[in-house]
Ligand binder design. Structure first.
Ligand SMILES: NC(=O)c1ccc[n+]([C@@H]2O[C@H](COP(=O)([O-])OP(=O)(O)OC[C@H]3O[C@@H](n4cnc5c(N)ncnc54)[C@H](O)[C@@H]3O)[C@@H](O)[C@H]2O)c1
Length: 405
């Protein structure tokens, strides 16, 4: 927490949506409204649009979330706060104290994307991306869930041949708050010869491995019951401990088939035969790289959502793509990764599976009708912008209701 207290500057929320709760000092609420009939569940959702295409995709996803929720008796109090470059421009720091406080005291957080050319030359602690680092670390969201599914409608958008891509459906569980991105010692120092050296340390404690492994075993159990743990245990000591702890836990999950793979082989196997994977568990850096590789199998980075969860407190839900400054402000962004992140928010953050399913079905419906943003467009389909894609998904959320009422 200390690191995010970079400023005491007072920052008012840039937009407070009707009904938003202003008292963030109290515990996150899952209130049953007494007056409404039938009773509605109410949740506080922090929206962190960020930079570039972030605000465009968040605005679309918020509408879809609100609609799907209201059809399932859920009421959301949205509170939108600046982070990243937007916060730097407003108050001079990437993660203002008040933005963190709203996020921390919410029931779940939906984030757009962070970063842009404008701030590329900033000193490290004033780079927009530091907001993500602080959020993940200080919310202690150690488990990053990244599904990579090739939808039948988008099989031709995959970088792999149809017969290899078709049917791919995996979940990558990445450790998010440990390993080489956080390990000490770190930094650029001068060695005994007076030469500059860059130091990063891959370090994992047993409890960090156990808790992410448990999330992965539980995830695999709810899927096809196969878990592949990816490491570099032939070389790295941290990986040797990783393999030992994951193997030891396997006896608690007899219904899950555990295998191990070295990361270099995994990078190859993901391209050669991605269908062999169901659930993958791996460390922070390997997960970072392999999940981007997996995203290409699915067709576009604009399709992939993610969830970051801790032991307690709100989860952080965000598309895996960045702020795409090359297309920002042009209504060209694919909002589906963020819309699907909203579905993950409902499912993994709030336990509202029905509302989540409404969103997932509506996305498939819009794709079935042929609507495509530029990144997933192929001839014969209807090219739409970010807003129109959002409207089509919204219509599909509504039409499901018409069919079920
Ligand atoms: N989680 C995050 O917020 C996050 C993640 C990665 C990169 N970044 C930051 O984003 C900025 C740009 O980084 P980058 O260019 O390496 O990655 P990027 O993901 O922003 O863009 C890579 C390419 O994919 C396209 N793209 C990305 N999202 C898309 C979408 N929803 N619809 C259509 N096309 C999309 C972009 O136009 C671009 O051509 C940098 O400042 C980087 O640090 C932020």
């Amino acid at each position: 927490m200390a690191a995010i207290l970079q400023t005491k500057i007072q920052l008012n929320p840039i937009k407070v949506f009707p009904g938003s709760l202003t008292d963030h000092s109290r515990a996150p609420s899952r209130i049953m409204c007494s007056a409404a009939s039938p009773a509605k569940k109410r949740f506080n959702i922090a929206l962190l649009p960020g930079d570039g295409i972030g605000p465009e995709v968040i605005s679309v996803a918020k509408n879809v979330l609100q609609q799907a929720g209201s059809l399932e008796g859920l009421e959301f109090n949205f509170q939108e706060m600046p982070v990243g470059g937007a916060a730097l421009d407003l108050v001079g720091v990437p993660m203002p104290e008040e933005s963190f406080s709203v996020a921390k005291n919410s029931d779940a957080i939906l984030l757009g994307a962070i970063g842009g050319y404008k701030w590329d030359k900033n000193e490290k602690h004033l780079r927009p991306e530091m907001a993500l680092y602080y959020l993940r670390r200080d919310l202690k969201v150690f488990a990053n869930l990244r599904p990579a599914t090739v939808l039948p409608q988008l099989v031709d958008a995959s970088s792999l041949k149809r017969e290899i891509a078709e049917g791919v459906d995996m979940m990558i569980v990445r450790e998010l708050t440990g390993g080489i991105y956080f390990g000490e010692p770190r930094g650029i120092k001068i060695n005994e010869n007076g030469e500059e050296v860059g130091i990063s340390t891959e370090i994992y404690a047993a409890h960090e491995i156990d808790r992410i492994a448990r999330v992965a075993f539980e995830t695999a159990r709810k899927r096809r019951g196969k878990l592949c743990s990816i490491d570099k245990a032939n070389v790295l000591d941290a990986s040797m401990l990783w393999r030992k702890r994951v193997t030891a836990l396997a006896s608690e999950y007899p219904d899950v088939e555990l295998s191990h793979m070295y990361v270099d082989n995994a990078a190859m196997q993901l391209i050669r035969d991605p269908k062999q994977f169901d659930t993958i568990v791996t460390n922070n850096i390997f997960g970072d790289i392999l999940s981007d590789e997996a995203s290409m199998i699915t067709g576009s980075i604009g399709m992939l959502p993610s969830a970051s969860l801790g032991e307690s407190g709100p989860g952080l839900f965000e598309p895996i793509h960045g702020s795409a400054p090359d297309i920002a402000g042009q209504d060209k962004a694919n909002p589906l990764a963020t819309i699907l992140s909203a579905a993950m928010l409902l499912k993994y953050g709030l336990g509202e599976e029905e509302a989540a399913k409404r969103i997932e079905d509506a996305v498939l419906d819009a794709l079935n009708k042929g609507f495509r943003t530029g990144d997933i467009y192929s001839p014969g389909n209807k090219l739409v912008g970010c807003k129109e894609m959002g409207e089509e998904v919204l219509k599909s959320v509504d039409s499901k209701v018409a069919a079920t009422v």
